[in-house]
Write a protein that binds this ligand. Structure first.
Ligand SMILES: C[S@@+](CC[C@H](N)C(=O)[O-])C[C@H]1O[C@@H](n2cnc3c(N)ncnc32)[C@H](O)[C@@H]1O
Length: 269
């Protein structure tokens, strides 16, 4: 059930991503492209030649992966600014909310949601919308992070940011406390997909080799997130450089290269 607090949170998430398209493309996109490639590679047979909704398309990583296997994606994102990135090279995109999709029933063969359902306060409503826009036996493929499976760079870089004066934006605290966990629990994902009307639903934990043992990559990932980018951009250049140096120095030591993603695979009746 959506309420006003949910709507306010969605508006804040929209605003944060609206201001982050350029930063996303310079930092997190590299990691998310690798994860989108792995997500799509796990289901090419069901995607090649199909019309696919790229839900929460962002700067287009899943659309690229889908085009590479011969699918025909259509992007949807809350933030039109994310869809505008690299516009000329991308398939059609529509601004909208996953909780209320602006598409007719049965219009897609598949929905691919790469790390977007984990932003949605009304998970049941969004999954029901995914099912509604899928044709019979259509496939939903969604990636999320498992709660507690955090790469150590997250805490280390946030600790360094705090020493430079950073405080988590209020929307990000609410998002972590109220929303992200809904998709971080495999059992909850499966049950909610079933409640939303999917005929089958299963979740697998998939390791993705992401090169995050390189501290430079890990730092660029964390400093260009929607909840950190505005703070970093507000620092003067020498201070930004110092922040980067300190964060990289504190990340030395063995870092895991691999990230784990949860993949929900559900089929419409
Ligand atoms: C973590 S990013 C992932 C982007 C892209 N799929 C990728 O893997 O790089 C989450 C994306 O979901 C979008 N998003 C967040 N909430 C949404 C909602 N309620 N409806 C549609 N898109 C949403 C954001 O604007 C953002 O582009």
């Amino acid at each position: 059930m959506r309420d006003l607090a949910d709507d306010a949170l969605v508006a804040e998430i929209r605003a944060a991503y609206a201001g982050s398209a350029q930063g996303w493309a310079c930092g997190p996109e590299r990691l998310y492209q690798i994860m989108a490639d792995a997500l799509v590679a796990g289901a090419t047979g069901a995607l090649t030649g199909r019309r696919v909704l790229d839900l929460g398309a962002g700067t287009g990583v899943a659309s690229r992966a889908l085009q590479a296997v011969g699918a025909t994606p259509v992007g949807l994102d809350l933030a039109v600014e994310m869809l505008a990135h690299d516009r000329e090279q991308r398939p059609p995109g529509v601004a909208g909310d996953a909780q209320q999709l602006p598409f007719r029933d049965d219009g897609f063969d598949a929905v691919v949601a790469a790390f977007s359902l984990n932003h949605v306060p009304d998970l049941l409503g969004a999954l029901a919308e995914c099912r509604r826009v899928l044709r019979g036996h259509g496939l939903l493929l969604a990636s999320t992070f498992r709660t507690g499976d955090d790469h150590p760079a997250k805490a280390v870089v946030e600790g360094v940011l705090e020493r430079f004066g950073y405080r988590r934006p209020a929307w990000y605290g609410t998002f972590k406390a109220r929303v992200a966990g809904l998709t971080g629990d495999p059992d909850n994902l499966v049950c909610t997909a079933r409640d939303a009307g999917f005929a089958t639903a299963e979740v697998a934990a998939v390791p993705v080799e992401a090169g995050l043992d390189d501290p430079h990559r890990a730092v660029e990932w964390r400093l260009n997130m929607p909840h950190t980018l505005a703070f970093v951009a507000g620092l003067e250049r020498p201070m930004q450089d110092r922040l980067r140096r300190v964060a990289i120095r504190e990340l030395t030591g063995p870092l895991p290269s691999t990230v784990w993603m949860l993949v929900l695979r559900a089929t419409a009746p």
